[in-house]
Design a protein around this ligand. Structure first.
Ligand SMILES: O=C(CO)[C@H](O)[C@H](O)COP(=O)(O)O
Length: 235
């Protein structure tokens, strides 16, 4: 891939994204996350398919990733066709020292959580700006449209600030790949990410929030440091 013209942050994403492709071996079923960092992993997988004859199938987590894989010629299968998913590679918006995550800037976290849950291993790729001492939010929350006033009321009762995500190139709310609305919720603080994840996901109408605290035991985080990719968690 041509690196000329990449900003320092894009170069960091590329270092992380490319390194993740080293973990993929012949015959694997690979969960393909969403976003600009995993796009570099997909580009590297395409290079390896061409150079080494690497044979893989991907399971996409969004329409964006489906289209990107199609353009690259990475073969895809549906989740229902996969006996297992060996590794999922995905991005994140915040990563705390225990590898708990906030995801969903791209509104893809519902499918990302399903695919991550179905995977034997999860590799998170990110530039150094995503590392934080503790999760702060905003936490993306996908909700069923019918429920929006109720969920907003419940979140307001929990404290903090909640907004309905609006489209940049579209009037009105962002509609997810699943036909739902996205809220962005910034709590006063997040002392216990697992407890908050459960509390938000329990509100009727919530499909899923963007806190991912349950995958740490199968997670590797790759940070694209300037000195080279830094590996945290599972080797
Ligand atoms: O959760 C996500 C999409 O819903 C992305 O993985 C996350 O926002 C990171 O994206 P990027 O790699 O572009 O920074």
């Amino acid at each position: 891939m041509n690196t000329s013209g990449l900003s320092p942050q894009e170069q960091a994403k590329k270092r992380a994204g490319y390194k993740a492709a080293d973990y993929i071996t012949n015959g694997m079923t690979v969960g393909l996350g969403t976003g600009s960092t995993v796009a570099f992993t997909m580009a590297r997988l395409k290079e390896r398919m061409t150079e080494e004859g690497l044979l893989i199938v991907g399971i996409p987590t969004s329409i964006q990733t489906t289209m990107r894989a199609g353009a690259l010629g990475i073969p895809l299968i549906g989740l229902e066709q996969a006996e297992k998913i060996d590794i999922t590679v995905d991005g994140a918006d915040q990563i705390d020292p225990e590898m708990r995550l906030i995801k969903g800037r791209g509104a893809a976290h519902v499918r990302e959580r399903i695919v991550a849950d179905a995977s034997t291993r999860l590799i998170i790729v990110a530039d150094p700006s995503k590392i934080c001492s503790h999760l702060t939010g905003p936490i993306p929350i996908e909700i069923i449209p019918f429920s929006f006033s109720h969920v907003i009321r419940r979140l307001n009762e929990m404290g903090g600030m909640v907004t309905v995500r609006e489209g940049v190139k579209k009037d009105g709310p962002v509609i997810s790949d699943n036909g739902n609305i996205i809220l962005d919720y910034t709590p006063v603080s997040i002392p216990d990410p697992s407890a908050l994840e459960t509390a938000i996901n329990m509100i009727p109408g919530v499909v899923s929030c963007g806190i991912f605290a349950e995958f740490t035991s199968k997670t590797t985080v790759i940070i694209g440091e300037e000195s080279g990719p830094r590996i945290i968690g599972l080797p």
